[in-house]
Write a protein that binds this ligand. Structure first.
Ligand code: NAP
Length: 295
């Protein structure tokens, strides 16, 4: 398919590369020249302008940071008229209301809208092993299913627009809770001088274990959150969206709210662009890598 991929960030670049690998005709665009140059150097075909990219694609894939960025790109007066007859796949993490609003505006412009937020990060995008939570136009879903199956090991159509966005927020809330919960327990273990590996061996045998604990353990032990696949600032965005949607759905948002404050303190301490697991440092402040007990 002829694909215009808009937004060559951490996820956009590997998604574009995977689509090329799957045989699609991809032209990519990014606002900043730096990322455009990286993509060109990696062999991707890049558009000379946003309108050139949108004109070239029958399918427009959005891998932009948030709803404000999508609005700026898609509803630029020079771009909106070009949406007519195109299928828009929105892959970023936004709220159900933001997605519904976007869907209405895309359809008013004569386009077809499918939300397709993804679970998984750069390695999963490269390997075509994302989990894709599609919702919206059935026509767009069937038209792009082959393309989506090239990107995802699981592609599910969940119903009308908003359901995919809701599932994605529910998933990312679990990323927060599991990582924050493990960070608190591991912090206690280290502060009390318990052998970390002994704790882990017991935890791995229990029903409480989640694979993400071992995935992040090295970062916690080494206090090294560099080269992020998923930065803390995006998790903060997602938890804030979760909290708004939860509260408007009658769910007590107090836990999300308290966690959000801790995550924001991590951002204030300079971890915003580091891996999201740096939330460990906000939960366990004052640890010195040199003097940690139990490393
Ligand atoms: P990222 O690396 O921060 O990239 C964000 C992209 O959005 C960049 O291309 C950036 O362009 C563009 N952008 C931001 N504001 C813009 C604006 N006003 N106008 C035009 N372009 C704008 O983000 P990412 O990690 O790829 O994530 C993209 C989306 O996917 C987010 O919603 C994120 O929550 C979600 N997601 C991420 C992951 C992950 O593991 N990273 C996994 C699943 C879902 P510039 O280069 O010009 O700034």
């Amino acid at each position: 398919m002829k694909v215009a991929l808009l937004g060559l960030g951490l996820m956009g670049l590997p998604i574009a590369q995977r689509l090329v690998h799957c045989g699609h005709d991809v032209v990519a665009w990014n606002r900043s020249q730096e990322r455009l140059k990286i993509a060109r150097d990696e062999g991707l075909s890049v558009a000379s302008s946003l309108t050139a990219a949108v004109t070239a694609g029958e399918v427009l894939i959005l891998t932009l940071s948030d709803a404000a960025a999508i609005e700026e790109v898609l509803f630029d007066p020079s771009v909106t008229p070009l949406i007519e007859g195109k299928t828009v796949l929105q892959m970023g993490t936004i709220s159900p209301d933001e997605s519904r609003n976007l869907g209405i505006r895309v359809e008013a412009a004569g386009g077809d809208y499918l939300e397709t937020p993804v679970l998984g990060s750069i390695p999963e995008a490269r390997a075509g092993e994302l989990i894709i939570m599609a919702a919206g136009s059935e026509t767009a879903y069937h038209q792009t299913l082959l393309l989506l199956r090239g990107l995802g090991k699981e592609v599910e159509h969940l119903g009308p627009v908003g359901k995919g966005a809701a599932v994605k927020l529910a998933m990312n809330q679990l990323i927060v809770s599991l990582t924050a919960g493990f960070s608190q327990s591991l912090g206690l273990i280290r502060a009390q001088g318990v052998e970390v590996e002994q704790f882990m061996q017991l935890l791995r045998q229990s029903a409480l274990y989640a694979p993400t604990f071992d995935k992040k353990l090295k970062k916690f032990m080494e206090h090294d959150y560099s080269n992020p696949n998923f930065p803390l600032r995006h998790l903060i965005k997602d938890l804030a969206l979760f909290q708004q949607v939860a509260e408007s759905s009658g769910i007590n948002g107090a836990i999300a709210n308290a966690t959000l404050k801790v995550l924001l303190s991590g951002q204030d301490a300079g971890y915003g662009d580091e891996d999201y697991s740096s939330l460990y440092e906000a939960i366990n402040p004052g640890f010195d890598a040199e003097t940690d007990i139990g490393c």
